[in-house]
Design a protein around this ligand. Structure first.
Ligand SMILES: *Cc1c(COP(=O)(O)O)cnc(C)c1O
Length: 520
């Protein structure tokens, strides 16, 4: 079979005719065993002398037997992990179309800045007087976040989006307590990210689900129906997880406020509206921003996250310690509740330290490199790229909410696969053979067989065109009834189709050495 470039690929007869190999490797595709299988206990990569005359001070609790760590020399260790890493797929190897996750290109400049010794080497326990530059950066980042959201205050300590939700909802709980109220209900639209109801439940709230209308957005009249003096907050994502802008957000905010409740906005999709809309003007009381989704930084099983929460004037006093204030232009770290500005009533301490310094530096570097016009353009380009994919695929794949513009991600359902005998999962697995990481599948749950694609602003038109062409070729194969291409996929990955449910439900987390064969 000839590929696009007219080169021979190893499918079909060519593959069948290809000889096997002694090692099981296929050139650069190396069969890598588990580290326990290649390790030998007697081998070590370091040269430590057996200490003699050491008297253990563990009171008889010291280990008596080997713990069974795999032993490898340094080059063996290095090769093992480098080989594993080459089986991986990342934003640096190809288009990463996961929706609801915003795998952005992370400009290397940000990494360089985060590694400056003055930032990279600070220790969270060193005296605040020795790190005025780091505190100033935090104050400046906070200022940018307030300007970009149109909100007066920010808490920088949350270490992820979900942690930010917890922080914002704890501020809401504290504000209600300060009013002498104890409300017990939180409203969450059905398309919400799972972390929203989980956060509310963790704080002891009951969660009531608000259904969406047929166009995929939340109807203020429906919210109104659920509102009562027992509702503490509504948690709404905008743009929502279907990639649609909640155009009635102001009416929803007004209704929520009339009922004496607070409006928590899940800001994980902020990258679609930076510089275009101010959440503060939309009536938001608290919103977390996933710095790792909106302002670059590697994430997703890789780097750390950061989920600062911006707060309205009503919630600002309840932001947790520690926080940074500017006193006559000089930043000061307030560590304890009573030490800060008058009128502050922190709900407590959310985490031991003040957030993720490396993330703050990367985000600040991203903001300064882009400027306000650049950030607005990044949002516009992210939305443009998603709509480009929508336009390129909509004749072959089905859109659940009709043919209207989306925001930063485009959502397809699986109606277009009706009658093919194929599922969303089959389609996703076939994408792996084409050299792509699959899109987000089966989320959001409100859409049957969901396929959620987010290209982000950083993909070139050429890479979007190739991605569309590859998906069109697959979709046409599905329509044609070329089932073999799908049901066995992935054909070319180091491992074939896995039983993912079983892997999640009954994971084998422990390697046990093979028993020696008994002599016959
Ligand atoms: C990613 C995401 C979250 C959670 O953020 P984490 O940083 O992964 O904890 C919450 N809501 C939405 C809509 C998200 O996309």
């Amino acid at each position: 079979m000839l590929n696009r470039q007219g080169r021979q690929t190893d499918t079909g007869e060519a593959a069948a005719a290809a000889p096997g190999t002694f090692t099981g490797n296929r050139a650069l595709r190396i069969e890598e065993a588990l580290i326990f299988e290649i390790g030998r206990p007697e081998v070590t990569g370091v040269d430590l002398e057996e200490g003699d005359g050491v008297v253990p001070r563990l009171g008889g609790l010291e280990r008596a037997a080997r713990i069974g760590l795999p032993g490898l020399s340094e080059p063996e260790t290095l090769r093992h992990y480098v080989r594993l890493s080459r089986m991986n797929y990342g934003i640096d190897t190809g288009v990463f179309p996961l929706g609801s996750c915003t795998m952005k290109h992370n400009p290397r400049l940000n990494e360089k800045m985060a590694r400056l010794p003055g930032f990279g080497d600070v220790h969270p326990l060193q005296p605040a007087s020795t790190v005025p530059g780091a505190l100033e950066l935090m104050a400046e980042l906070g200022r940018w976040l307030c300007v970009l959201t149109g909100m007066p205050a920010v808490a920088l300590s949350p270490k992820a989006g979900a942690h930010g939700e917890l922080c914002g909802m704890m501020a809401i709980k504290a504000a209600l307590a300060a009013r002498g109220e104890k409300r017990s209900l939180v409203l969450v639209p059905e398309s919400a990210h799972g972390t929203n109801p989980a956060t509310a439940a963790l704080l002891g709230y009951r969660v009531e689900t608000v259904p969406a209308r047929s166009d995929g957005t939340v109807d203020p009249a429906e919210v109104e129906k659920h509102l009562s003096p027992d509702v503490a907050a509504v948690m709404l994502t905008n743009p929502n997880t279907c990639g649609l802008f909640e155009r009635d957000v102001v009416a929803i905010a007004d209704a929520v406020h009339r009922a004496g409740a607070y409006f928590y906005a899940d800001g994980a999709n902020f990258n679609a509206i930076v510089g275009k809309a101010l959440p503060g003007e939309l009536g938001v009381d608290a919103m977390h921003i996933n710095l790792h989704k909106t302002f670059s930084t590697p994430h997703g099983g890789g780097g750390p996250g950061a989920g600062p929460v911006t707060l309205s004037a009503a919630l600002a006093p309840f932001a947790p310690v520690p926080y940074v204030t500017l006193e006559g232009g000089t930043p000061r770290l307030v560590e304890h509740a009573g030490e800060g500005e008058a009128g502050r009533a922190p709900f407590g301490r959310l985490s031991a330290f003040h957030g993720q310094m490396g993330m703050f530096v990367r985000a600040m570097s991203y903001m300064l490199a882009h400027g306000s016009d650049g950030m607005r353009q990044a949002s516009e380009d992210a939305v443009l790229a998603a709509n480009y994919l929508r336009a390129g695929l909509k004749d072959l794949m089905s859109l659940p909410f009709g043919d209207r513009p989306c925001m930063h991600e485009v959502l397809f359902d699986d109606h277009w696969l009706d009658g093919t005998g194929l599922t969303t999962l089959d389609f996703a697995k076939a994408m792996i053979d084409e050299g792509y990481h699959p899109m987000t599948v089966y989320f959001p749950l409100v859409v049957h067989g969901a396929m959620l694609i987010e290209p982000t602003e950083s993909e070139s038109k050429a890479s979007l065109d190739l991605f569309v062409a590859a998906l069109r070729d697959l979709a046409m194969a599905a329509h044609r009834g070329d089932k073999a291409r799908f049901t066995g996929a992935p054909h070319y990955a180091p491992r074939r189709r896995l039983d993912e449910t079983r892997a999640a439900r009954t994971p084998v987390l422990r390697w046990t050495p093979p028993q020696p064969q008994a002599a016959e």
